[in-house]
Ligand binder design. Structure first.
Ligand SMILES: [Zn+2]
Length: 188
């Protein structure tokens, strides 16, 4: 599934609890973190026509980052980087990470039919390769619908809880959006 969809899903996981902006950012980023293993796409594309192609995307996407070992690493990082309510932040980061895996299982089939199986137990075991037979493709309407629902939910949560993902880049922009929403729709 697309990074934007994962981001808004991760944001929604942490939007309601009483946490700080830093902790909410950690939870949202945990929802995107598995796709760090997709950065090999740059290398693969650049070296595709070279004498020594490096197919890092084909080899490592949905492998290096989409597993329990990396989930534990991301959870630990969230625990360490959180300034308050570290245990709750780490728990929600763990949930956010797994929501990403669930979404990928549901809707990340390639147009070529490639299912990108998730080797969930890595690096502890190669034994489990998760796929779902009902998986839809990356460009399917289900993904568009899911992304739209998450966007609406994000706007609703900004109105309801007084915080939006803009807080990750600018507290002032975040406040302005919340003020505008509440000016338009009233106070919750
Ligand atoms: Zn993914």
């Amino acid at each position: 599934m697309h990074v934007g969809t994962h981001f808004f899903a991760g944001w929604m996981v942490g939007v309601a609890p009483d946490l700080g902006p830093r902790e909410r950012a950690l939870i949202a980023l945990a929802g995107v973190a598995p796709d760090l293993d997709g950065l090999g796409l740059v290398v693969e594309t650049v070296t595709a026509d070279s004498p020594h192609p490096l197919p890092w995307y084909s080899l490592y996407h949905h492998v290096l980052g989409h597993n329990l070992g990396f989930a534990l690493l991301v959870t630990l990082a969230s625990f360490v980087l959180a300034r308050r309510r570290a245990a709750r932040t780490a728990t929600l980061a763990f949930a956010s990470f797994h929501l990403h895996l669930l979404f990928d299982l549901a809707g990340s089939r390639g147009t070529d039919g490639e299912q990108w199986p998730i080797p969930y137990l890595l690096p502890f075991s190669q034994g489990l390769q998760l796929t779902w037979s009902g998986q839809w493709t990356l460009g399917a309407w289900q993904n568009t619908l899911l992304t739209s629902v998450l966007l609406v939910a994000t706007v609703w949560a900004a109105w309801r809880f007084g915080r939006s993902p803009l807080a990750l880049v600018s507290a002032r922009a975040d406040e302005a959006v919340v003020r505008a929403l509440r000016g338009r729709f009233g106070y919750p």
